[in-house]
Design a binder for this molecule. Structure first.
Ligand SMILES: NC(=O)c1ccc[n+]([C@@H]2O[C@H](COP(=O)([O-])OP(=O)(O)OC[C@H]3O[C@@H](n4cnc5c(N)ncnc54)[C@H](O)[C@@H]3O)[C@@H](O)[C@H]2O)c1
Length: 325
């Protein structure tokens, strides 16, 4: 089937493209390369260097007539979001509306939308399920939540299917250091370059880290399942930032200690998402444990593009021993 993937040169969606192609789908990528990388693009995709906010997006739909849209293009840089909330809203909300409008106009059958734990805001209870109130505290969270409402409205006004996936902190090969949830890639980059890492607060804050291959699995399941549903994609487990730091430090055989600095304004202390709905509706579960996912990600920092994504490939792979500090 023909699938249009927005943000397909970025971290998460480039892995989705690879999997879609591997299982025989035709893949069209729309990306403006603002944070995407050319080397992430699978050579078998048809690529359009187009902004999702651009009226010219219509001609991509007219030309390609995709059956499914998987929407990951977004402004995900947290600092940029704070400095320029209007731009954030423009790309993430207005750009999404442009995409949904074209999807409706050109008779797309289903949209899969990458939303975020950021839509929940400060937890009223832990772990947060999909019924938890959505009270985003960040401009980014607001800009990711608004398209969810637009999707509900589009689906009820006109008949098309959608699934909203709310990811916790995604990590893995190809992740940048400026995007949402980039703490693992920041620590790994620093260890690889023998540089110190900053830990905000005392490091006891916890997050729910999900490996990118598991996120890919969830998107593939959504091609057939979870119509009209909103589903958390997470591990259901909390890991403290300090625990994470020391697990990565071991992998890089480093002696560097973290540098503690003041907690950032607006940072949530604990956050993890319940994934029982995904288990039930999508028949999905996370397959990659944090220790394995961290090893696979660390391999990427050694071997770059050629490192394996899947845990099965991991057997027999070893970290090169060049990362001593
Ligand atoms: N990384 C995470 O932990 C995480 C967590 C929750 C949700 N998400 C969501 O997942 C999606 C992908 O995130 P990622 O971490 O892979 O980020 P990423 O920056 O690696 O990928 C985003 C891609 O979108 C492209 N893009 C940005 N603005 C665009 C525009 N106006 N038009 C066309 N393309 C544009 C970028 O060039 C990039 O290739 C985002 O929607 C993000 O909100 C990510």
């Amino acid at each position: 089937m023909k699938v249009l993937v927005t943000g397909g040169a970025g971290f998460i969606a480039s892995h989705i493209c690879d999997r879609l192609i591997a299982i025989g789908h035709q893949v069209i990528v729309v990306d403006n390369m603002s944070s995407g990388k050319w080397e992430n693009l699978n050579s078998k995709v048809v690529f359009y260097n187009v902004d999702i906010c651009d009226p010219g997006l219509a001609s991509v739909f007219e030309q390609e007539k995709p059956r499914v849209v998987i929407h990951h293009a977004a402004q995900v840089n947290v600092n940029r979001s704070l400095q320029n909330p209007a731009r954030d809203a423009y790309v993430n909300t207005v750009g999404s509306i442009n995409l949904f409008q074209n999807s409706f106009r050109f008779k797309v059958e289903k949209i899969i939308y990458a939303s975020s734990a950021a839509v929940y805001g400060e937890p009223v209870y832990l772990g947060m399920d999909e019924k938890h109130p959505a009270n985003p505290l960040s401009f980014y969270g607001i800009s990711k939540l608004a398209p969810e409402y637009y999707l509900h409205a589009y689906a009820s006004l006109y008949k098309f299917k959608y699934t909203i996936l709310r990811y916790s902190n995604v990590y893995g090969p190809r992740q940048g250091t400026e995007q949402e949830g980039g703490v693992i890639s920041i620590f790994m980059n620093n260890f690889a370059g023998h540089e110190e890492s900053i830990v905000f607060g005392d490091g006891t804050a916890t997050r729910d880290f999900i490996y990118v291959a598991d996120v890919v699995d969830a998107n593939i399941k959504c091609l057939e399942l979870a119509d009209g549903d909103t589903v958390n994609i997470s591990t259901n487990q909390q890991t403290s930032i300090l625990d994470l730091y020391y697990q990565i430090k071991l992998l890089f055989e480093s002696r560097l200690e973290p540098v503690f600095t003041e907690k950032r304004l607006g940072d949530i202390q604990h956050s993890y998402l319940v994934n029982s709905r995904a288990r039930q509706i999508l028949k999905w579960e996370p397959r990659v444990s944090l220790p394995t996912g961290l090893k696979l990600t660390a391999l990427y920092y050694n071997d770059g593009k050629n490192s394996p994504l899947d845990a099965q490939c991991f057997r027999g792979c070893h970290l090169a021993s060049q990362h001593h500090s």
